[in-house]
Design a protein around this ligand. Structure first.
Ligand SMILES: O=C(O)CCC(=O)C(=O)O
Length: 282
């Protein structure tokens, strides 16, 4: 896929979000699912040996195995969520041309993955998977709150209202930076600052994308369907601007200006991420 059309860009600028029916090719989605599956298998075998679980739940499908395992040991959710999945298939997924071509429409030919990427296994009725209303800007330091860094939210299974797709508030990104308060697990937009526009659900098919402006309020409500709504979210920005997130290392994924500094191998990606190396592109 090439970059976005002028119409799509205009929709995003006006509404603060955009849904793409198809973005990441099946081969990358399948490879990532396989990598996740293997990681779960390894964790399950280790937990079984340590006596933490009694059933490996080996017959369960990708959509349900984590529910069955997490029911025996809450460790599984923590081990499978966040920015710690860093295998070759995840690296290929985050750097695939199909995502970068679209990111380039917003940011230009030099693209930094800002380091905030997450794997999200949204389990039914699990408190940690209920993400309050927030702007992504709420999570970064002040110097990066206005930096253009669209989020690509990409489900690995079809995501709809029944299994916990995201919700967005159209046009509310035009309200600027909203005040966030700390809630139990996440940040929450201060009720006094909450936009009055009506929220809408944003269903996305497997391998499609919901692209979210970093000032667009969005949330993830609980669901009760017996399946895991697996998704990946990731963000891209100009390398010369601050990420406002010192806790995780960004990495250059495409560049006309610094072609030699693009992270092209999984080994290099791991070196940067594991050592939390923040390179300067000033
Ligand atoms: O995937 C989810 O459930 C929440 C994602 C989210 O809120 C985000 O990417 O900012």
């Amino acid at each position: 896929m090439a970059g976005l059309t002028a119409e799509q860009m205009m929709f995003f600028e006006d509404e603060g979000y955009l849904i793409l029916e198809k973005l990441v090719p099946d081969r990358y989605v399948d490879a990532l699912i396989q990598e996740i599956h293997q990681t779960i298998e390894d964790l399950a075998q280790a937990a079984y040996k340590e006596g933490k679980i009694r059933d490996l739940c080996a017959g369960e499908a990708f959509e349900t195995r984590l529910i069955a395992l997490n029911g025996q040991s809450e460790e599984f959710y923590g081990r499978m969520s966040g920015g710690q999945m860093n295998g070759p298939a995840m690296f290929t997924f985050l750097t695939c041309n199909e995502i970068l071509d679209v990111a380039e429409s917003f940011v230009g030919p030099d693209l930094l993955n800002n380091g905030i990427y997450r794997l999200r296994p949204k389990l039914p009725l699990h408190p940690r998977t209920e993400v309050n209303w927030h702007q992504d800007a709420g999570y970064v330091k002040d110097e990066a709150k206005q930096v253009t860094a669209p989020a690509f939210w990409i489900p690995l299974v079809d995501a709809d209202e029944e299994n916990g797709c995201l919700w967005v508030i159209p046009r509310a990104h035009k309200r600027g930076i909203l005040k966030h308060i700390r809630a139990k697990h996440y940040l929450d937009i201060d009720p006094a600052d909450f936009p009055d526009t009506k929220p809408i659900p944003a269903p996305v098919k497997r391998g499609g994308a919901l692209i979210i402006h970093n000032l667009a309020p969005h949330c993830s409500k609980p669901h009760s369907k017996r399946m895991v709504r697996w998704s990946v979210d990731t963000r891209y920005q100009l390398p010369t601007l601050p990420t406002g997130y010192p806790w995780e290392a960004p990495f250059l994924v495409r560049s006309r200006r610094w072609p030699d500094r693009v992270v092209r191998t999984h080994e290099e990606f791991l070196r940067i991420r594991k050592n939390n190396l923040h390179e300067s592109f000033a």
